[in-house]
Design a protein. Structure first.
Length: 350
């Protein structure tokens, strides 16, 4: 899949506006975390089992819904930059593969139009916006449209510093219609800058977990956790899952790679709740490593965006389907035929 992904990546780079490409590719500050994320998975080695019946390898998983694969779509903003159908195309690809889809609060298509593509559950990612009532309405709409969980992103009290493209006229080449599609009806009509109402809210706290769970009447997973003690604090505050992530290296540069932080979080949680993970997942081997380290599901951010940009629904389907096929293949080679059979003893530090 790595070769195929490299090819999709290169075609995507040619297909999209250079400023959009800069937005999706860049990391925060010096870009250390973004460049470390992929390589960190290869610091683990596999300890396969032999003579296990792997004539059928099952990748299905139950996790706030039933899925054919534990490799899902991480929430990423502004898919309208990549393909005309935006998140509607992403959802169609997730539906084809049976992958969990997490819709970003910053989508460029109506929540209801995206939900209509999926015959079953999906999850909604929550950003707490300056005007709390706008966030609350988005949560209510997502729940009404069929979301089965809320993913509260905890690592973005404000957006990390990302060097601008020196040649860019605008940091993100979005139309106002794209960026405000879900919130236009709630904005003040006094001529003020709409971003003042919907910008990130820096005073978010653990108490927001319970608040969101009550508004949605759904489980809340906290995304962006990199420490065991923080995972426990989130669970104590009412979270029903934690998601290990450094936001694709776009928030706090030098934050730990997921491949390093995941074991500490899994140990601390001790099976009390699901642990999810993202960051640098580019192959079935990366996914297998994360799942054996104790993640119940893993998510791809940029690779899905590359697929969308290169080939719309078909491209995103190829990425999700290709990663899943490769996971199935390497599970068999490791001597495991179901996700339940994956366990920590299958991996060791290099
Ligand atoms: C262009 C872009 C936009 C993103 N937008 C969001 C977002 O709206 N909400 C969120 O929680 N995370 C967002 N993320 C972070 C992803 O959910 C995920 O943590 C990260 O992309 C995983 O790393 P990967 O790109 O190496 O797979 C974004 C990432 C990228 C690259
Ligand atoms: C300028 C608004 C960016 C919204 C945050 C999207 C995101 O999480 C990311 O770019 O990363």
């Amino acid at each position: 899949m790595r070769d195929r992904l490299a090819e999709i990546h290169d075609r995507a780079a040619q297909a999209v506006d250079p400023d959009a490409w800069h937005y999706l590719s860049r990391g925060a500050a010096d870009g250390l975390s973004v460049s470390e994320a992929e390589a960190a998975w290869a610091h683990w080695r596999l300890r396969p089992r032999v003579l296990r019946d792997v004539s059928r390898v099952d990748t299905s998983v139950e996790l706030f819904g039933s899925w054919a694969t534990p490799i899902g779509v991480a929430p990423t903003a502004f898919h309208g930059l990549l393909t005309a159908e935006g998140e509607v195309a992403t959802a169609a690809a997730a539906q084809r593969v049976g992958a969990p889809m997490v819709l970003s609060s910053r989508s460029t298509r109506l929540i209801e139009d995206v939900a209509a593509q999926i015959d079953g559950p999906w999850w909604f990612q929550v950003y707490l916006m300056r005007d709390r009532s706008i966030t609350d309405r988005l949560i209510e709409r997502a729940a009404a449209a069929g979301a089965s969980a809320m993913v509260l992103t905890g690592d973005t009290p404000y957006v990390g510093y990302r060097a601008p493209n020196p040649a860019a006229a605008r940091p993100i080449p979005l139309t106002a219609e794209q960026s405000l599609v879900n919130v236009a009806d709630y904005l003040p009509d006094d001529g003020s800058d709409p971003w003042e109402s919907i910008d990130q809210r820096p005073d978010q706290t653990l108490a927001d977990i319970d608040r969101i769970a009550r508004i949605a009447d759904l489980p809340v997973i906290v995304k962006g956790v990199l420490r065991g003690d923080d995972a426990l604090a989130c669970l104590d505050a009412g979270a029903e899952g934690v998601w290990v992530s450094n936001h694709g290296g776009r928030q706090l540069d030098r934050a730990l790679p997921t491949a390093v932080a995941l074991p500490e979080v899994v140990r601390a949680v001790g099976g009390a709740a699901p642990v999810l993970a993202d960051g640098g997942i580019r192959s079935g081997l990366d996914a297998l490593t994360a799942l054996a380290l104790g993640a119940q599901a893993v998510f791809a951010g940029r690779p899905v965006m590359w697929g969308l940009a290169a080939d719309g629904v078909d491209g995103a389907t190829e990425v999700l389907g290709g990663l899943t096929d490769e996971l199935r293949h390497v599970m068999g080679l490791a001597g495991v035929n179901s996700l339940a059979a994956l366990e920590r003893s299958l991996v060791a530090p290099a």
